[in-house]
Ligand binder design. Structure first.
Ligand code: MD3
Ligand code: FE
Length: 210
């Protein structure tokens, strides 16, 4: 399959507020293969519950793969070359890199694959992603498991927002002005997908950091 940009492997995306949504970009075997890869990432770099600057634990558990991983503690949030427990982050799985190349058409690979795990009741407040050095690089998100209500706004806090469901196998590409849009996860419909036997949602975000 070729999309309208002539990129192999993906259908043409839908455009929503400057975001490119590739619905059902991954079929079930592809989703299961990714989950297997991610079990390896989590075995090497266990999930942790980041603490915010204010000493609150986030409801989402996280880990990363790649040269940089995202961490948060009382010193604030930032990219680090090492997991909080001390080791370097595992490499980004080849299958994940192939999706980045197909969706972005870039030859520059991402530095960070952040893995967010949403168990029952987990959510993520509206925020902007602005810890990366160059916002000209897009961000790619891949959703696996339970479906989530994703909220997107504009580049100003407090402006109008709209929401859409992200389902297992969907990919969302944020570039251009959408790269600095406020966004968050209002809620996850726990147990809505059979992909992860114990339920929950995994979201991968791929970014160029420096
Ligand atoms: C729009 N994650 O990790 S993915 C995050 O589903 C994050 O776990 C959410 O927001 C999740 O920072 C949403 C969609 C997403 C990711 C990155 C973006 C949307 C974005 C960066 C810029 C603009
Ligand atoms: Fe974000």
């Amino acid at each position: 399959m070729q999309n309208e940009d002539g990129r192999p492997g993906l259908p043409a995306p839908q455009q929503i507020r400057g975001f490119h949504l590739y619905e059902q970009a991954l079929d079930l075997p592809a989703q299961l293969a990714l989950v297997e890869d991610l079990r390896g990432v989590i075995a090497a770099a266990p999930l942790f519950s980041p603490e915010t600057r204010y000493g609150q634990r986030m409801s989402v558990r996280m880990t990363s793969a790649g040269r940089y991983g995202w961490v948060s503690d009382r010193r604030g949030y930032r990219y680090e070359t090492h997991h909080p427990a001390g080791g370097v982050w595992p490499p980004i799985p080849a299958r994940v890199l192939a999706l980045w190349r197909a969706a972005t058409g870039l030859t520059r690979d991402p530095d960070c694959c952040l893995l967010n795990f949403y168990g029952e009741g987990a959510k993520m407040g509206l925020h902007q992603d602005r810890d990366e050095a160059d916002f000209a690089w897009p961000v790619l998100s891949i959703s696996l498991g339970d479906r989530a209500r994703f909220r997107i706004g504009g580049t100003e806090r407090g402006g109008p927002t709209e929401s859409l469901w992200l389902n297992s196998g969907d990919m969302l590409l944020m570039g251009g002005t959408a790269r600095l849009a406020f966004h968050g996860i209002d809620r996850v419909e726990f147990g809505s997908s059979p992909l992860l036997p114990k339920g929950g949602r995994i979201n991968l975000t791929l970014r160029v950091v420096d």
